[in-house]
Design a protein around this ligand. Structure first.
Ligand code: ZN
Length: 73
């Protein structure tokens, strides 16, 4: 089972920026993470935990064969 978005990570305010949030673990801004596992730093424990649980990064998954079309969205 694969999730489309990964938004259940702990979030924290960016330093001094009330309207911006980041992952509380790797401190990547939420807009940069954009709901994707690979938006977190490779050593983010949230990302690592999900990867260990069997989730994979969007970019490299469910492409069992080379796909030459650009329909993925
Ligand atoms: Zn993170």
């Amino acid at each position: 089972m694969k999730k489309s978005f990964y938004i259940d990570y702990p979030q924290a305010h960016m330093d001094g920026q009330a309207h911006r949030y980041c992952c509380a673990i790797c401190l990547q801004e939420t807009t940069k993470i954009n709901g994707l596992l690979e938006g977190h730093l490779p050593d983010c424990s949230y990302r690592l935990a999900l990867e260990k649980a069997g989730y994979e990064c969007e970019v490299s998954t469910n492409q069992p064969q080379l796909n030459t079309t650009d329909e993925e969205d």
